[in-house]
Design a protein around this ligand. Structure first.
Ligand code: MRU
Length: 345
């Protein structure tokens, strides 16, 4: 069944970066127009744009904007390095942010002329956006083969077009499975506290005509016990060299549940999400986000005033609980230290 893939949340027009403001979905579809790299860094911190690959593409455009601004200075390279540090500080966990920013910085440092560097960085950002979509489609082809011919697929957070340049990672695999004729029913975790599942995945799947149910995070065990889930598939923000995978808080509990119920647990992510310099998951920095995200729901207080809160935005799923890691270059199986390195080539 051919499915629609129309959503794109990052675009460049008239020397400006346009981001679909994900904080306002699904109630409002508002595009922010950004012409300064500092505004882009704030947009990443505040989750106007989120999802590891989308953050990477956005950072590449932020560097292009910075290169444009720094052209006028004789020490433009030094200033660009300063801008890169600011951009990288926007969020700590998704490695794609540092990966894309450093890639742009290295490209600029190979140029002597500032004008030429600025033009190169803009072209590189366009290329990265296109490449990300192509990689996701490729990942979809590799991953779809792992999904059952029919059944329920549980996913967490938002890993679709909104979280990437387009098409999606885990949701891209689901798209590809459905396009290949598989009869899949998506179960989308609402993903407390920020509700990426309820607000973004539900919006995206509805727009693209993919059959799904939205469920409370706490319903996952019950759904598995009832035999409704044949596979779990999630994205990742940073995968250590040994396959330990950081992803949206709640992913680890799904992996534990999947093992108990003997359901395959897949991670879909581009190789740019693999941090080969990070030996194991315990080294991954986990972002702690504001207390208000837990104390409130949709802007309304749900907890007594003044309660102490813990709000880790991510957790790390041990490699031992992951059935396979799906990348654009193919599917890695345990042991990941070798299989991921082999895919990188
Ligand atoms: O805090 P977020 O919304 O940026 O977290 C996003 C996730 O955890 C995604 O699952 C991950 O980035 C993979 S997106 C293709």
């Amino acid at each position: 069944m051919p499915i629609v893939d129309n959503i794109r949340a990052i675009r460049w027009e008239d020397h400006q970066l346009y981001l679909l403001d994900q904080r306002l979905l699904p109630q409002q579809e508002i595009w922010l127009q950004l012409g300064d790299y500092r505004e882009v860094a704030v947009a990443i911190t505040q989750m106007v744009v989120r999802g590891a690959p989308a953050i990477g593409v956005t950072a590449a455009y932020a560097m292009a904007l910075a290169a444009q601004e720094m052209r006028q200075f004789s020490d433009w390279q030094q200033r660009l390095a300063g801008a890169a540090a600011e951009i990288k500080a926007a969020r700590p966990t998704a490695v794609n942010l540092a990966w894309a920013t450093d890639r742009q910085l290295t490209l600029a440092q190979g140029e002597r002329a500032a004008d030429r560097a600025a033009a190169l960085l803009l072209q590189a950002a366009h290329d990265l956006l296109e490449q990300d979509i192509a990689d996701n489609q490729q990942m979809g082809r590799h991953g779809a083969a792992l999904l059952p011919e029919q059944g329920g697929i549980l996913t967490h957070c938002n890993t679709g077009s909104l979280a990437t340049g387009g098409y999606g990672t885990a949701l891209g695999v689901i798209r590809a499975g459905i396009s290949a004729g598989k009869q899949l029913q998506v179960y989308a975790d609402e993903t407390r506290p920020w509700l990426q599942g309820a607000r973004l995945t539900a919006w995206e799947l509805q727009k693209d005509g993919i059959p799904f149910h939205l469920n409370a995070d706490s319903a996952a065990a019950y759904l598995m016990q009832q035999g409704l889930i044949q596979a779990v598939i999630v994205g990742a923000d940073r995968i250590a060299a040994n396959g330990d995978a950081a992803n949206k808080i709640g992913t680890y509990s799904l992996a534990v549940l999947a093992q108990y119920h003997q359901i395959p647990f897949y991670v879909a992510a581009p190789l740019s999400t693999v941090d080969f310099a990070m030996p194991a998951g315990e080294g991954i920095i986990i972002e702690e986000r504001p207390d208000s995200e837990v104390r409130q729901c949709a802007g309304h207080d749900v907890a007594p005033a003044g309660v102490k809160v813990r709000n880790p935005a991510f957790d790390v799923t041990p490699a031992a609980l992951i059935t396979a890691i799906i990348t654009e270059k193919g599917v890695a199986r345990p042991d990941y230290l070798h299989s991921l390195a082999n895919l990188r080539g």
